[in-house]
Design a binder for this molecule. Structure first.
Ligand SMILES: [Fe+2]
Ligand SMILES: [Fe+2]
Length: 124
């Protein structure tokens, strides 16, 4: 099942919302990818996320946001998890990885944007 952008996921900052929309698009591309393009699609998704997190962390630092440490820690957890599932996919755990991409990762995204990213956006 593919994800469709929901207005309620917006945090009120055009840059953050724009990048989050790209994330949803790349996630959908990964979910829809065929066997020969899956690895590249997943890798692109992880790299986009890594770059987006680096941007947010730079913002957290320059704006002196109190929740910066917790926010960064959540980023680390999400990236480690994404990398872990990318490796599981290489090992052929297709069902498990599909569940992650369609259920667990979208849930992570919703929770993280609603709490940590929303807090960052309030400081921008
Ligand atoms: Fe974040
Ligand atoms: Fe974000």
């Amino acid at each position: 099942m593919l994800l469709e952008w929901q207005e309620e996921w917006g945090v009120g900052d055009a840059t953050l919302d724009g990048t989050h929309k790209v994330f949803i698009t790349l996630l959908n591309k990964t979910i829809m990818a065929q066997e020969d393009t899956f690895e590249m699609a997943f890798r692109t998704l992880v790299e986009q996320t890594r770059e987006h997190f680096a941007y947010e962390e730079q913002q957290l630092l320059s704006l002196g946001v109190v929740s910066a440490k917790r926010h960064r820690a959540e980023h680390r957890v999400i990236l480690t998890e994404m990398d872990g599932y990318r490796i599981k996919a290489l090992g052929g755990d297709v069902g498990l990885v599909h569940h992650y991409l369609t259920q667990l990762l979208p849930e992570r995204f919703r929770k993280h944007t609603k709490t940590m990213d929303m807090d960052l956006a309030l400081h921008i």
